[in-house]
Write a protein that binds this ligand. Structure first.
Ligand SMILES: [Fe+2]
Ligand SMILES: [Fe+2]
Length: 326
């Protein structure tokens, strides 16, 4: 006699409203853990105010010019993408407040998260303006254009997809800030971005732990959501003017590319949650897990091809630079 495996999705089709209610206790625990782990820090301490001076215009100071910028050309591109991404916080707040609600533990988290994220944009903008790292006029026009477009999540239709997306996206943002700092050529910029990256990491842990609980409560639906998010992932800054070109430079420069996305963002979350090891799934979850496996293998090979193209391009650039010096 065979015993039918226990179906963990005894209640088929969890609605978003029921999941939000069911996860409230987990949010409370995670919020508590987050508040204990998050250390207060002051954005103004990371800005070298003594380097700042008036700009042209109302105060008749000195206009910005490229030679004033001390960060690397790659960091200039990446810092702007990172800042504009942070700048769209009102849209992100709207998205998560609409999805998770503004009451109870969920509401406390939504507001606390928003306050922490607000610090990132403030700190980066103050740093960029005080050090004259980027063109302030171009930056302001890009901000106006980007924010005027608003941001609509690809996952707004599903609570589980939203949680899965932010678990990966917070880690992606952490890595993007951290690597931008490493490539900036300015130890203070590196320090500031490490601080911000630390916040993003704590956000990732919050959402990852929530996703873990969701996998236990509704394994099939959560597996489907993870597969959908992973196979269709794009960064929240994709609407930034000139994003494609900037993303290509950021990829070649080693700040964020397919290899990093696969190795440092997708895999750590999937491994920690043991997503590929979940057993006892129903047909929906099983299919999603299989799709995920196939996708990850494909992405790994694509990343290897990218690695080769990147190495070849960098070698050509180095040869050209050496030839110029002779
Ligand atoms: Fe942030
Ligand atoms: Fe974050």
């Amino acid at each position: 006699m065979t015993i039918a495996p226990v179906q963990r999705t005894a209640t088929p089709g969890w609605t978003d409203a029921r999941l939000i209610l069911e996860l409230e206790a987990v949010v409370e625990t995670e919020l508590d853990r987050h508040l204990k782990a998050a250390k207060e820090w002051m954005p103004h301490e990371y800005v070298p105010w003594s380097q700042g001076r008036d700009f042209d215009g109302v105060l008749g100071g000195e206009a910005w010019s490229l030679d004033q910028s001390k960060v690397t050309p790659l960091a200039r591109v990446s810092l702007v993408v990172n800042l504009l991404t942070e700048d769209n916080l009102p849209s992100y707040h709207h998205e998560i407040a609409s999805m998770f609600g503004r009451e109870g533990a969920w509401g406390t988290w939504v507001h606390r998260w928003t306050a922490e994220e607000g610090r990132h944009g403030i700190a980066i903008r103050d740093y960029l303006l005080a050090t004259r790292a980027v063109d302030p006029v171009e930056l302001e026009r890009a901000r106006m254009s980007h924010m005027s477009e608003g941001f609509e999540s690809d996952n707004a239709h599903s609570m589980l997809q939203s949680v899965a997306y932010v678990a990966f996206q917070e880690l992606a943002t952490r890595i993007a800030h951290r690597n931008t700092g490493h490539h900036s050529g300015d130890p203070l910029c590196d320090q500031l971005l490490a601080k911000i990256a630390n916040d993003e990491n704590l956000h990732m842990v919050f959402y990852r732990n929530l996703l873990k609980a969701a996998l236990e409560i509704a394994p099939d639906q959560a597996m489907r959501a993870i597969a959908d998010v992973v196979t269709d992932f794009r960064m929240p800054g994709h609407g930034i003017p000139g994003f494609e070109r900037a993303a290509a430079q950021i990829a070649i420069g080693g700040i964020y590319n397919l290899r990093i996305h696969h190795d440092d963002v997708l895999q750590p979350v999937l491994r920690k949650l043991k997503v590929m090891e979940v057993t006892g799934l129903g047909p929906v979850g099983q299919q999603a897990q299989d799709e995920l496996g196939v996708f990850l293998d494909g992405l790994d090979s694509q990343a290897t091809k990218f690695d080769e193209r990147q190495a070849a391009l960098l070698a050509r650039r180095a040869a050209a630079a050496a030839a110029k010096q002779q």
